[in-house]
Write a protein that binds this ligand. Structure first.
Ligand code: HEM
Length: 431
């Protein structure tokens, strides 16, 4: 018998039977409630703590329970979309993390061709490995960073890049298949169709951009262009932000009111600064600037490091001079840390809802964690594990910042699910 999961405040459609009427009231805002008031009024509301519990149709009460895996899982539309978005968010986290390790292990240029379909199959025979190795040895990086590499060592970096590409393809499928499935089933509300269509489209662009980045390291340079690396990371994070924001939009909130304008401006400004710091971090990574001046807080014993403006114009230094890139990144990080501490201090006892106060606390802690990991990463001259961790916590920080921006705004009006779809359970694409 199918089981149906819902979320807080969601109502179920006949012939489903919900548990006994709740002792506690349901959340004040739920997308479905406002769309089918007549229907919702006749249906018992589920208590908040029952949100994640599966509902069973009434006649199932007499039937023995069957093993869970035998039943295709059904969800109400907004819950199905939210679950899909969580999968998208997890997929982006995974792809960014593996991408970071691929770069840190200098594995990214080990596959010198882009074959979106046939590239799924790795070499399986010694001859096929020899061909791949031979292609790799033709690129400049094989004569510099990987000079003297054996085929056994080559296989190690090959597998990282192959794994990264496989994950990237999987991310594409996680975005595209459920989107097309839900679109075909008429589950996606009109106000979300274009926004959600951006997700698979941008993921496709991300694949193309990834190859554009790799190609920049195959002929003259010994590593990829820092500009393209920064663009690749930024686009991954833009995709994450869209998925996160939409997930938050679809999540029922108990508090509906926005925080004061001052708080909204403050959180927006802090988030903008964090985003800029992330982009400067990508340039530090792309220019391998974390392996110079492995000291903190001074650089070369000075506040402004020697060689800061070695390349002429300010912009050129900021984007191409490793010394300037590191100086800007750490300076911005210090400003972000100070700003976050002030925000955390002012949030104590401020007129914020519980959700907003919690979002502020998470944001402040995420900043502190990120700065601490960044300093240790620098002092230890970027070992792979710490470099990967710093990138991962950077994504966690962005997540906390986006959710804080969302929390201080007023709850968005509920999306208009099609009347026929709003209360009809849908199966997941895999079911
Ligand atoms: C708000 C604070 C910070 C944010 C949001 C942030 C974010 C980032 C990001 C996104 C990267 C790029 C990672 C990659 O593409 O692999 C990065 C790299 C880096 N960051 Fe930070 N960072 C922060 C603070 C710091 C601090 C305080 C330090 C040290 C003083 C630091 C040192 C580094 C270093 C050395 C790298 C290069 C790592 C590598 O080569 O992989 N970061 N940062």
């Amino acid at each position: 018998m199918p089981s149906i999961s819902s979320t807080a405040g969601a109502t179920s459609a006949p012939p489903l039977a919900a548990p006994a009427p709740p002792a506690s009231p349901a959340p004040s805002r739920a997308a479905d409630d406002s769309l089918a008031p007549a229907q919702a009024a006749q249906e018992p509301r589920r208590p908040a703590h029952a949100a994640q519990e599966p509902l069973r149709p009434a006649h199932a009460a007499q039937e023995p329970l069957r093993p869970a895996q035998a039943a295709p899982e059904l969800l109400l539309p907004h819950a199905a979309l939210r679950r899909w978005l969580v999968a998208c968010i997890v997929a982006v986290f995974l792809a960014v993390s593996v991408g970071g390790i691929t770069r840190l292990t200098e594995s990214g240029l080990s596959i010198t061709e882009w074959k979106p379909v046939s590239g799924v199959l790795p070499p399986t025979t010694p001859e096929a490995w020899a061909v791949e190795f031979e292609k790799f040895q033709r690129i400049p990086q094989a004569q510099t960073t990987h000079a003297g590499m054996t085929i056994t060592e080559f296989k190690w970096i090959f597998w990282w890049e192959w794994f990264h590409r496989i994950i990237a393809r999987t991310v594409g499928l996680v975005f595209a298949i459920p989107f097309l499935w839900y679109l075909a089933k008429g589950v996606i509300p009109r106000g979300l169709r274009v926004r959600l269509a951006w997700l698979p489209f941008l993921t496709l662009c991300q694949g193309v951009l990834g190859w554009y980045m790799v190609s920049s390291g195959l002929s003259e340079r010994t590593e990829v262009s820092p500009y393209r690396l920064a663009a690749h990371l930024s686009l991954a994070l833009a995709i994450l932000v869209i998925a996160l924001w939409t997930w938050a939009d679809l999540t029922p909130r108990k508090d509906e009111a926005a925080a004061s304008r001052g708080w909204r401006t403050t959180v927006n400004a802090l988030t903008a600064l964090i985003a800029i710091t992330i982009v400067t971090g990508a340039f530090v990574a792309g220019l391998r600037a974390g392996r110079i001046f492995n000291e903190f807080p001074l650089m070369g014993g000075q506040v402004v490091p020697p060689g800061y403006l070695a390349l002429g114009g300010w912009w050129r230094n900021a984007l191409e001079n490793p010394v300037a890139a590191q100086f800007h990144h750490r300076t911005l990080a210090i400003v972000v840390a100070g700003f976050a501490l002030v925000v955390g201090w002012r949030a104590r006892g401020a007129a914020l809802s519980a959700l907003q106060a919690r979002a502020m606390r998470r944001l402040v802690w995420a900043v502190m964690l990120q700065v601490a990991v960044g300093i240790v990463t620098l002092l230890w001259a970027v070992p792979v594990a710490l470099g990967a961790l710093h990138q991962f916590t950077g994504v966690v920080l962005l997540t906390a910042a986006v959710l804080a921006v969302h929390a201080v705004r007023s709850a968005p009006p509920p999306f208009r699910f099609r009347a026929s779809a709003a209360h009809s359970p849908v199966s997941l694409p895999s079911s």
